[in-house]
Design a protein around this ligand. Structure first.
Ligand code: FEO
Length: 138
């Protein structure tokens, strides 16, 4: 399973697409780390990439939420509920013993990203595409 950006993931808003591409890039690096399948201790790399995923997630959700509020997007409340759900998942993931469960934690991170792409970007994010485009946001 590769985590690769496709044009069908585009929300037709340059800054949002740029941020979503960052998610794919982080996912791809996690996948590469998982594919190594060696016996080396990867704790530092796992902890560092988790930090990056968490920081990116909070930044990106905040960016979208500010944009939705600024333009009075009617789907804001429901959209934010989904964002909050993903943040809670991250908080649970953060409690994983990254040191002793290295493979499991990488698999969990991949699963988190896959859920986000298929369950949120392709469904919920897509709903604001026409709304913003109609207001000149591309
Ligand atoms: Fe791009 Fe609503 O996350």
């Amino acid at each position: 399973m590769a985590i690769k950006w496709k044009d069908t993931y585009s929300c037709n808003i340059a800054e949002i697409d740029k941020q979503h591409k960052k998610l794919f890039e982080i996912g791809s690096r996690i996948y590469d780390l998982l594919s190594l399948g060696d016996e080396f201790d990867r704790y530092d790399e796992i902890a560092q990439i988790f930090d990056e995923l968490r920081n990116y997630t909070i930044f990106h959700f905040g960016y979208e939420e500010e944009l939705m509020k600024k333009y009075g997007y009617e789907g804001y409340e429901n959209h934010k509920i989904e964002h909050d759900f993903f943040v809670k998942k991250l908080q649970r993931l953060e409690k994983t013993d990254f040191d002793n469960k290295q493979t499991e934690s990488l698999v969990e991170m991949i699963s988190f990203i896959a859920d986000w792409i298929t369950g949120h970007i392709l469904k919920t994010d897509m709903k604001y595409k026409d709304f913003f485009n109609a207001r000149g946001i591309y």
